[in-house]
Every structure is written in C-alpha cells, then in structure tokens.
Design a protein. Sequence first.
Lengths: 160, 334, 455
Amino acid sequence: MAKVPVEFTLNGLETAEFVESGTTLLNALRDKIGDTSPKGGCHQGTCGACSVIIDGELRLSCLTLAETCGGADIKTTAGLAEGGVLHPLQRAFLDAFATQCGFCTPGMIMAAKVLLDRTPNPSREDVVEALSGNICRCTGYEPIIQAVLTAARANSQNAA
Amino acid sequence: MAIRRGRGVAAINYPTGMNLGGDPTQALVHSTPTGNFMVTLSSVDLGQGMKQIMAQICAETIGVPTDRVIIDTADTDTGPHCMGTFASRGTHRAGNAVIQAAKEARQVMLEVAAEELEVNASDLETDGQGNIQVKGAPQKSISIFDVALSAHFKRGRSISGRGMFLIPRSYPEKETGAMKPSTCYAHACTVAEVEVDDETGEVTVLTVKNVFEIGRALNPKMVEQQLVGGSWMGISHALYETTEPYYPNRDHGGTDFNQYLMPGPGDLAQTEIIVLERPSADGPFGAKGPGEMCANPQIPAVANAVFDAVGVRIDTLPITPERILRALKAQAAG
Amino acid sequence: MELRKDYFADVRKDGLHEIGQPRPRLDSPGHVTGKTAYFADRNFPGMLHLKMVRSPHHHARIRSIDTSEAEKHPGVVRVLTARDVPHNVYTILILIQIGPEDETVLADGKVRWKGEAVVAVLAETERAAQEAAAKVKVDYEVLPAVFDMEEAVKPGAPLVNEYHGQNYYLYDSGECRKVRFGDVEAGFAQADHILEQSYQSSPIEHAPTETTGCVVAPEGNDRFTCYTNTQAMFFTLDNTSIILQMPGSKLHFVGGTVGGGFGGKVDVIVEPIAILGAKLTGRPVSFVYSREEEMQISSPRAAEKVVIKDGVMRDGRIVARKVTGYTDAGAYSRHSPYGAQKGAAHYPGPYTIPNVWIDTYCVYTNRTPSSAMRGFGVTIGDFALEVQMDKLARLIGMDPLEFRFVNAYRDGDMKAHRQPTEGAALIECMQEASRAANWPVAEKYMAMSSYRKGA
C-alpha cells in the first residue's frame, strides 16, 4: 500500500516517518515511532487514554490521522519530564496516589496539562470539566481531581 | 414534583480467597550480593498494587526497608505457580507465601550474621534500616550489605527461601451443604444519602459513608485507593451499569463508553472511608482481602435510600430513572 | 480515609516498620511517565493481526463454512476453523476437576450465543483481517433460543448446551447447590411475619480501560512467548497447553501488568487461538479485543435472580430464611458454576439465623457466557439480602440499622454451612457507621461486641 511521508516535532525532537494512508496518529506513535505512552483503550474516541497535545490543543490521537500532522508540534506524556525531573502534574499524581492500573494515566495527565496551561488556578469544576473525556475504571476519579488541583497549587506557588 | 431526599444503610461481609480453598500460591526470595532482596512470583498486578504490597511484606519480614526489595513477577519461566489474581486472594495467599519464603531467607541471613559477629543467630535482630544487631546490645551490629557479601563470597551460603500457601480444598456435603468456604471475612457498613427527582427519576448520590473492616491496612494509602474506587464502582453498579438494559431481552446492549454508562468525574458522591482492623488469624499480618467487598454495600444502601426518598422499591438493577418513574406511576395509580 | 485504631487494639500489634506505612507505589513512576509496559506495548516486526468472525445468531446450526474468498483477500496469511484447534472443546475449571468440557474455541457445527467465535482470520494488518473476516461465508440454520432463566429450566425449552444435556449445571448435590440448616418450615410456622421477595440484576461489564488481549512471538526454538493481560498466568498457560495439545514447556507467558481486570481477564479466550496462529504461521500474532468486543463479547458479571423468603418475629429476630438463587451462565460454564456455589456459601449473609434453606442454580441460556467479576456470587446476593433486611425492618416497625444489630453474627455463632463464626466485625462496622452517619441507635446496640464474653 502507498506510504505517505509525515514530519512533525514530537516532544521537541524532529520526527519523520512513512505511514500508510489512513494510519491514526495513535498507531503511528505506538507502532512506528515507539512512543507507547498514548494508550489505545477504545480506538473510537470515547475513553481519552490516547490523548496527546497537538499545537497546544488536546487531541484524541486515535481519531487523528497521522498524515494530517505534518509540521505539527506534538507532545505526549513520555516527553513531559525534563532532564529526568518529573513535571508537577506527574509529581502530584504520585503523591496523591492517583494511579492504580495506570492505563488511563498518560491521557489524564495530557488533559490536565492543557487545562493548567490555560487555567493556572482552576476550580474543582474546571478540573472535572477538563477530565470529563477521560475514563478511569479504578480510582473513582477523586484522587485524580485532587492531584490536578495540587499540581495547580504547586505551580502557582512556584510562580509566586 | 420535587427533589426528595432519603438515606439507606447496608451491612455486609465477604470471604477472602477462592471459595472452598484449594488455590495455591508460591513465592521465592533470594538476596543479591549486596543485600537487596528479589521476590519471584507469578502473581498478577491488575493495578491494585500487588507488587508494592508484596515488597512491603517481604521487607517487613526480612527486616529491611521496602526499597531494598525487587519484585519479579508474572513470567512463567521464572516465577513459581500462583493460581491467579481474583477472589480477593492476592494479598492473602501470595502474602503468606512471601512471608514463608522471606522467613527462610531471613534465617540464613541471621546465621551468616551470627558467624560474622561470633554470636548465636537467636540473639540477633534486625533494625528495619538495613542492619543486624545483637538484642540488647545494638552497638554490636553488621549491615545486611556486608552479610550478603559474606554469604556470597566468603561463606558460600544462599540467602534464600521458598514459600507456599495452600488452604486445603473443602468439598461441600451434598445434602446439608456443610463446608468451609473461607478462613476469614472482611466486613463493611455503608450509609448512602440520595436525592431523587420524582419528575425525572434521576438519582443523585450525595454522600456515602463507608466503614470497612479489612483485617490490616498493610499500606493505608493503597487501601484508600482500593476502597474509594470500589465505592465508586458500587454506586455505578447500583444506578448505571448493564450490558443488557432490557434483560432478558438481548437488545440495546452498549458497545462503547458512550452507551455503557458509569459516573464521570462530575457525578461523584462525597465519599467518606473509615477503616477498622481486626487481624485475621491466618492473614499476612492479619490482612484480609478488601478488593471485591468494597464495591458491594453501596448497591443496597443506595437502593434503600431511594425507597426512603420516594417510597418505591426498585428490586431490579440498575436503578434507572425509567424504573423509578414506572414505579412512581404505579404507586400513584394505587 | 480515617483509620480507627481504637477498635480491636487488644488483638493487634501495631508499630511495624514497613507494614502499615503509606509507602509510595513502586509502579506509579512508570504510570505517570508512560513507561509502564503493558502487553500491547510490545511490537514485533512482521506481526499478524487476528480478527474473529462471530455468530450473528443467538442459536444456530452451522451448515457450512466457506473461507475461500477470505483466504484470497490481500494480506491474509491464514484462516483458522474448528478443525485447526487440536482440543477444541474445553472448560477452564477442568484444572480443578470442575467439568464437563462444554465450550468450543472455534464453533464446531453450532453456535450458542450471538458473538460466538466461529472463524479466526490472520492478516498483515488489522484492516485486512477485518475485511477478510467479512468475506467468510457461514451458512446458518437458525434454531430457537432461550434467554429467560425460568423458561430455560422448564421442560421442552431449547437445549442450550449438549455437553450438559439440560439447561442447568449438575452439581454432585443435584440440580443446585444446597445448604440445609435447622428446620426452615418450622421457622416459618413460628414467625410473626413472612416476607417473600424477588430480586433481579442484568449482566454488567468490567469495562477495564485496557481491553483483553495478547501478543505472541515465536522464540525460534519451538517455544512461544505470550505477552498477556491475563489475571492468572499458569491457569492460562495450563489451559492453553490442553487446548493446543502442546507441552507446557513450549509455552512462556509474560504478564503481570494489567490495565484493569475486575475479573474480566480470568477467562482463557485470546491466548490459545493467538498461539495457534503463531505456531501455524511462524509469525508473531496480536489478538486484542476491540472496545465493542470487550463490552459485548467478553464475559460479563452474570445476571442473577434471587428469591428470599424470611420469617421474622415482632422483636426483630429472623427465625427462618429460604434463598433460591439463579445465576445466568449464558451459553457456557466458564466460572459460573463456581459463582453459584459461592452464593450458596454466602447466604444467608452475616446474620445468625437458626433455620436456613438455600438452593443456588447455575442456568444456561443463549447469551454471552458470564464469568468472574469483582465479588461475583456475592455482590448481587448482597443487594438482595440488604434490601430484604430494609423491608423486614420496616415491616415490623424497627429502625433498619437496629434491626441488623439484633441479627448480626458474632464470634462462635454457627453459620448455615456449619462453620462457627470467627473474627466477626459486623457489629463494630455498624457502630462506627452509626456515629459517622449520625444515625443513632439504642445504647444497648452501641454496647454490643463481636467478641463473646469468656471466649
């Protein structure tokens, strides 16, 4: 089958790959490029486990065609820690015991990051809204909500 | 038409481990040359934290900090048999196997330390920080690091142990049903408070107060994870979940997360968790299995609260707005 | 969360070094950085994708299967039918002598539920496998199906599963597991009130965020490594060994990191056929359930019907309880005979009742086979029992919480299955709930203990 070249920036690194037309970004990242941090929980845009950030927007990589991502700036949870130091959101998820099986965690963290990038001091309602497209079956959500609120507080303290 | 409030209670118990027993789990423990401890299992971590709990159990038994323990599990080429992770059996069965293996390894470790310190092994104790010392004379001590090096390179000893836990299978008596289903039971009591909109049939769970008795909270934060998530699942079962909404009719089964309903982050009840610990006679440090039972009492507590609110009994799960409205209609019709 | 250390302090040694400490989870750093390796994070060059052709009918005879068009489809490497499976009829609990073998890996001559696996297609891409699966032609003769448990056990109902010969599981005790304790009819005769009520549930899905699946890689030495999210490593390996008639030494299973289980990954479904595919093609094989398969094909929690008849005295004592439980196994046993048995052991709940009669049935219908799920055998029973308790309390005009104190089991009480109660803590849970929920009960109940004096 015909392959399409696609180039984008992934977690700050120039990345190029040939993909079959119709390949989702999720499959391209996982199977071709080797970034398995986005998870395939449904492949139909209903669970949020595959969430990534494309040009600052939260996107479902299972519903995004890889070939539409040329020139894009893509971020995944695998690229969030800088220099081996965890991002405040990652730290907060650890401290709040907000992970159990961990399968939804990378997508949750992506959704939370887009929220905090735009709304550094979110209300609980803001957090609930931001996470509402991400399914978790283990935690009952409360620890995740608390982790995001804690990360926001940590950020604002650092800024102050 | 109004929003009506009600509350309900439920109390339950739950057996730990595969019913009727006969479900073995094994563990192997050995030290590395520098006194770290490898626990080898074939048990599965589903996300509940089995690996972490086994590490803490091994650490407590050997007498080292938890970060000195490595868990190698679920590779059938290396791990000894475990029946599996189900029936609230993981902590109880695998935990006991790890304790047995770790005790055997600890004994060798103490014997080597005794040779190094020229004392009797029975006079030694661990300080929990990575050292072995003479009881009553802590200044006379040796690090586990050095004991392991000695065992490996000087004394030719394997600091290792084997563990096996099996509750013999019980066979029910045919006519009376006399049997031994389990050796220990966890307990719970839940009070749920709901609001029911008698115009739409919608139920909002305002609060759930759960009291769980689980034998021993081996890691309280992980217990909390399990109990909070379980409480959420119980409410979800009570009000939302079904793959066949018109059972026994097979139609209208949900095939994705849009059709298969569960409470989202905006639908959470205010959840309180209180834990009691009555150690079980045969649990690892008294622990029972809380994983399944924590999702059970919310279902009847919510059902009873719905009755308390609007005076109709919904005896079919899930308690959907449709069922409530139909019941209210029947009630009004007398 | 609040740990109430004041309860049972006399029987517990606290102050341990590692136990009881809220140590951070060693697996969480992997979760938050996306580094944790789940089975599907393994990718092998040349990996084939397996897709199932599934029955569109609830119950049908298979007249013929034509795979010729599918085999010609571009990208298709192999198509498997029942003939390719060495030991096609199996049951997972055969390892602990709970038979008979009653389920086919791939349907052979008959399908018994809508969604049953009939033909497996292995292709270079998921898309090719899916397209080829649509080209498999199966000629079905549709048969009458039965969905209602009460209909299923009536004479003349369509027979769901010939390996059982009747639409219920035959225990050594007969058509149901029985518990008989005291004299239940005498208890009813003595009771001030009788209340008989019926409770019903429908199937529930585990809905883990990670769907069921496995990735199989030939090791090149006649061994196969299977990366799987099974909840039970050797249970799956040993059943695979039986199904494929392959020595267990040829099988290597790697797992232990699972994206949620809840009982949904205790069946042995994806591994044997994926390993067979790898063996017959010499290629790595991936078989991962779609979300739709996870929701409707993977085993759910069984639907249950529970009928409870109680005799209660005006002072609150329950003097007789008769429970009849029905577990809807669907078309095959899987873990349902065990679940129904577990129910028999669980009733009449955490209460001391002198006269008890329990029958639990495991019934076959033409629906998705049910199996294990978090608390199965007990969860729906507890719903029924505890709603019944609420009704009984209101019937005699007692506070529902106080009513439970009157009947709560305590150390030494004989249970219906004839084990003395040990380590009870129901009373203390209710006392604490009374305080936490501001639901006051009479002082005599707050003064109760699960301990027996002198015990």
